[in-house]
Ligand binder design. Structure first.
Ligand code: GLY
Length: 377
């Protein structure tokens, strides 16, 4: 007897003639081949992964593609953020071209945000554009980077400064892949889950207050619900504003502050992106309350939930650095979201009520940093 496949949910990113499905569920890598064949009609796929993820899921994905009748090859990159550069992009493109691809060849990005970004970018430029599928294996990639078509690499001038909007044909978020994810990576990805509640879904934030521990500790239903709700929130925003001409910028809640913190710590493992975003979101809430826009009890709820999720809520929780307000503000001024010289802030009127503001006085930001750095103790 053949067992029924584990349950999976299907969402659509509604982008007209390039709309695509997101599937969220367990056991999806094992049946990726049939889903990919159905969604893309491809006969041949190149799986792009990193060494760590390839050793965990590469063989299963390749077999699944072959069972569905697709020819499959694997290209494996080194793990880690340094892979997202011009040198690795060039080598990836050359290795894929050496496999004698055609316009109908599909790229399948199997991994976290780094792999999704560089493989998606390569797909966007190889033979002037190949179709690609995202198979995100980290929480951060499942709830954020694999959805919405942002692809790219880093340069010495900054992160993600070279890239393309290139939407995938399908996103397969297999929640089983989170079972092997290091706890710290999981918590960092969870910050992006919290973000969706804080932007525009207070009921989801309340649900996270009640079920966040279950999500982090591995409860399968809670995880599926959290990933699904996050993907639904992101799909809705991307569906309304694909190119970030307005509303999509709300997805940067906590990111402008977070980017400055990451810039000071070198964008490495000392402070993970999600950890920086977590503290950045609390700073955005605190700034909003100081400006008289947000009730203080909401700030306290955010702080409590971040702390309960073992995410940073104070400079004392960050790696030790000679933190100064001036340096942090200078990083914020170099963020690629600066427009006509003004920093775009995502501020809040409360939990679930985020909005964009470009007229926050610099001295308020300096005071915010100074006060928080001073309480470092
Ligand atoms: N990660 C933010 C966005 O995709 O717009």
């Amino acid at each position: 007897m053949i067992a029924d496949p584990p349950p999976c949910e299907r969402l659509i990113v509604d982008l007209g003639d390039h709309a695509y499905p997101i599937l969220v569920g367990a056991g999806l890598i094992d049946r990726a081949g049939q889903e990919i064949a159905l969604a893309t009609g491809a006969r041949r796929a190149i799986i792009v992964s990193d060494k760590t993820v390839d050793s965990l899921f590469g063989t299963a994905l390749e077999h699944s593609l072959r069972r569905a009748g697709l020819a499959a090859d694997r290209v494996v990159l080194p793990p880690g953020e340094p892979t997202k550069d011009f040198a690795h992009l060039a080598s990836l493109c050359e290795r894929v071209l050496a496999l004698r691809i055609e316009r109908s060849t599909l790229i399948v990005a199997l991994g976290g945000g780094v792999i999704g970004d560089i493989a998606g970018f390569a797909a966007g430029i190889l033979l002037r554009g190949l179709d690609f599928v995202q198979v995100p294996t980290t929480l951060l990639a499942q709830v954020d980077s694999a959805v919405g078509g942002k692809t790219g690499i880093n340069t010495p001038q900054g992160k993600n400064l070279v890239g393309l909007f290139h939407q995938p044909r399908l996103v397969l978020a297999d929640v089983d892949s989170l079972l092997t994810l290091p706890k710290r990576q999981l918590r960092a990805g969870y910050a992006e889950v919290i973000k969706y509640g804080l932007i525009n879904d207070p009921a989801f934030f309340s649900w996270l207050e009640d079920h966040g521990t279950a999500v982090l500790e591995g409860d399968a239903d809670a995880r599926r619900h959290a990933v699904l709700a996050s993907c639904r929130a992101k799909a809705a925003i991307v569906g309304r504003d694909e190119r970030e001409s307005g509303e999509r910028a709300l997805l940067n809640l906590g990111h402008t502050f977070g980017h400055a913190l990451e810039a000071e710590t070198g964008f490495g493992d000392d402070l993970l992106h999600g950890e920086a975003v977590a503290f950045g979101m609390l700073l955005a809430f605190t700034l909003s309350a100081r400006l008289g826009l947000c009730p203080w009890p909401d700030v306290e709820r955010v702080r409590r939930h971040l702390a309960a999720s073992t995410l940073p809520t104070r400079f004392a929780d960050l790696p030790s650095r000679p933190w100064t307000a001036g340096r942090l503000l200078a990083h914020m001024r170099h963020d690629k979201k600066v427009k006509d010289g003004a920093i775009t802030f995502v501020l809040v009127r409360g939990i679930g009520r985020a909005f964009l503001s470009r007229d926050v006085p610099a001295d308020e930001v300096i005071r915010l940093f100074d006060d928080h750095i001073a309480e470092r103790g």
